[in-house]
Design a protein around this ligand. Structure first.
Ligand SMILES: Cc1ncc(COP(=O)(O)O)c(C=O)c1O
Length: 373
């Protein structure tokens, strides 16, 4: 168990290595037993100090830009590219690095089909199955720009070898099963002509209680029916689900209109933006989130954004200035989405392993200054 008092400097994102290894073992085992492909989506987690370990488990990585494709190619033997729209000045470099390239529209495929090099081409199709309650993360919301609609795909253009769908987010095996069934219903007429089907991300196979038996049975029955199609999954969050924290210190306590706010050395908008965007109230070790109607203390971020706070929480003992708070499950979609808004120093990045803490990265004034000009 991580000892927050031994984190040398806060705020700090800290990977808990034991938990990370367990996730990799589960995903690696699943891949081996099912004979399907697990890719790693870089967009969810970019701490490349541990990409070596991920690449020993995943068969490749997925990239959404040239920067991600370059980074992925340094660690992974196969890069699969997908972007909602490719930047004209990036495409050729992406195609040189990629084994598979997926296009979000027929127009994008037309534009680039003669510049694929050795990469296999695929189309992202929309499975028309709403599985995500938060619209911000729902690729099947009405009017979605993500994926070709079934009525727009009357035939598979020459050169297309695979299809790609992505409609899940922190989802279970039942949602995967329903997605595959809908993809077969809407696009099964093309299955005779494809050799790979990528079911995207959002498969939270490492969450406690995930129905791995249903997941495996669904994959196996698909493979029996369509043995010529390689089934692929490209989760990001699942690799680092519940594998690390953000350790922060209370710097001040402000009371206003009877509400106490613990002023932290971290910021929700800059370091944990999903807390405000989604929004959700993060778990904090040793605290409970108040139910509707109960009042507790707020946790305040260090930026000057008025809404940079979350809450409310109840603690067994009210924290004091100098105490440390540990925000749970802060590896996926945190570090990759941070900003240096207000010039706030980026949290350190470290690893907790076998009872020891190692700082992997600290940020300097130059990191801040060099970003914008
Ligand atoms: C196309 C695509 N693939 C994979 C992922 C990874 O999803 P997750 O990290 O939820 O598993 C995403 C996330 O947005 C995505 O858009």
């Amino acid at each position: 168990m991580l000892d927050s008092t031994r984190i040398t400097h806060t705020p700090a994102f800290v990977l808990e290595y034991d938990a990370f290894e367990k996730n990799l073992a589960l995903i690696g085992g699943l891949q081996q037993s099912l004979g399907s492909t697990f890719l790693f989506a870089l967009k969810g987690f970019g701490m490349h100090r541990v990409f070596g370990e991920i690449s020993a488990c995943a068969k490749g990585a997925t990239a959404s830009s040239l920067n991600e494709a370059r980074l992925a190619s340094e660690y992974f033997s196969h890069v699969h590219a997908y972007a909602p729209v490719y930047q004209p000045d990036e495409f050729d470099a992406i195609s040189q690095l990629s084994s598979h390239i997926t296009f979000n529209s027929l127009g994008q495929y037309e534009l680039y089909k003669n510049r694929l090099g050795r990469a296999k081409a695929g189309l992202r199709v929309n499975p028309k199955l709403d599985m995500v309650a938060t619209e911000l993360y729902d690729p099947c919301a009405p009017g979605s720009r993500l994926g070709i609609q079934p009525d727009a795909l009357t035939m598979l253009p020459e050169g297309i070898t695979g299809l790609h769908v992505h409609n899940l987010c922190e989802s279970g095996a039942k949602e995967m099963q329903a997605t595959l069934a809908n993809v077969e219903k809407l696009y099964g007429r093309f299955f005779g002509n494809i050799t790979w089907l990528n079911l995207g991300g959002g498969h939270l196979v490492t969450r406690k209680g995930y129905d791995l038996a249903l997941f495996s049975a669904t994959v196996q029955s698909f493979r029996q029916k369509y043995p010529h199609i390689e089934l692929m999954f490209e989760p990001g969050a699942a690799y680092v689900w519940q594998t690390g924290v953000l350790v922060s210190e209370v710097l001040d306590i402000v009371t206003s209109d009877g509400i106490d706010t613990l002023m932290m050395d971290t910021s929700f908008t800059a370091h944990m933006p999903d807390c405000l965007e989604m929004p959700y109230t993060p778990s904090v070790r040793g605290a409970v989130v108040c139910k509707d109607g109960e009042s507790g203390v707020r946790l305040g971020g260090s930026s000057c954004l008025a809404g940079d706070w979350v809450g409310e929480y109840r603690f067994a003992t009210m924290p004091k200035i100098g105490d440390r708070l540990v925000f749970e499950d802060m590896m996926h979609y945190t570090m990759v989405k941070t900003t240096m808004f207000n010039g706030l120093a980026h949290p350190d990045i470290g690893i907790w392993r076998d009872g020891c803490y190692e700082v992997v990265k600290q940020f300097s004034y130059e990191d801040y200054k060099n970003r914008l000009s």
